[in-house]
Design a protein around this ligand. Sequence first.
Ligand code: FMN
Length: 363
Amino acid sequence: MRETYRIDLAACYLGERVSHPIGKGSGQLSLNPGQLEDDAAAGLAFAVLKTVIAEDETGARAMAAWAIHETKMKVEPRPAGAGRAGWTVTWKGRGWDRPFSDYLALVRAGRDLTRAGRLLVVPSVKYHLPRLAEPFREAEYRYTTAQLANAWREPPLLVEKDFSPTLAGDALADDRAQILRWLREVPPRIRAASPIPVRVAVKLMNARFDDRFQIEMMEACKGADALVVFNRLFDAEQGVAFGGWDLSDRNLRVLDSYRPLPPSTAPYQPLAGTGNICSGRMIIDYARRGCESVQVHTFFQVPLSEYPATHGSRPQRALHALVFHPRDGLIAGMLELAARGELERQNGELRFLDLRAHAHRAG
Ligand SMILES: Cc1cc2nc3c(=O)[nH]c(=O)nc-3n(C[C@H](O)[C@H](O)[C@H](O)COP(=O)(O)O)c2cc1C
């Protein structure tokens, strides 16, 4: 990319430098070492493992309702306003549904790929979230984090904490004060629970409140080292999470009004975008609102006829389209911004990370 196009796609996730911004979001596509191996071979920048439900040393899990087993996923068109055709994956499952020991084996496989410099792999956890009057179950935080640290071995441990759409749809998330308490208290609790230095990304949900509350959530979560913005929407009538254009419209609208502080300020809190990323242009839309990398899920699952490439694994075909599509790819989009004078070359190169400068308010 640098030699041919003079474009430097270097990006960041959770404080780690990665060679480009495209990673895989947590879910059904990061359940086993074979999937991770394919991701590494395709050249994905990073992969977040499926969310595991925290447990204590006796195996008790306060959030056990999220560990249900469900295999069937349905990839469906999801039209949005203005005749835009999008995609969603309909699925009734929730978190990791096998023993924690199996998850730790997957973390070790991910650690080996990370150490080999082939793919940055990050585990994801759903820890206990109490009602306002209740205490946090610290034993679950301690045991789960210590086991992950043990599997990972060398600091820092990177962890993503998931606030999922099904949580947004649950009665637990009816109360704004309760949600804000979680966001304030969960990152320091994970830090306190870890025997080794840890970096925490919080994947925020789309709560069932207005856009202003999304911003309040981001501001309450100052203790996190990064925010992933924002998990899928929840359809209360059908009882399922969904994506597509409604999701990216909402996410981008909220990020427009957030305007993060620039990286030169402390404490700087990086963003990673997720939601309906099916083109390089959409990556640019998230990047220009402050995101340093993106997490894709649905675009790895669309029908094969949606990819211009006629061979290769799904991650390969998806990456090919996201980066090289002559009209909607990342390269085309960055060159267009440069031609319009909205992205400047530095030492002759266009840099992906310079896109975020567009988002920042004055420090
Ligand atoms: C079937 C399915 C399962 C998912 N499971 C998880 C999960 O366990 N943890 C999590 O943090 N996000 C989960 N996600 C959310 C994705 O990681 C991603 O953030 C979201 O789907 C938005 O990206 P997309 O529009 O590219 O799908 C899941 C998404 C799908 C479609």
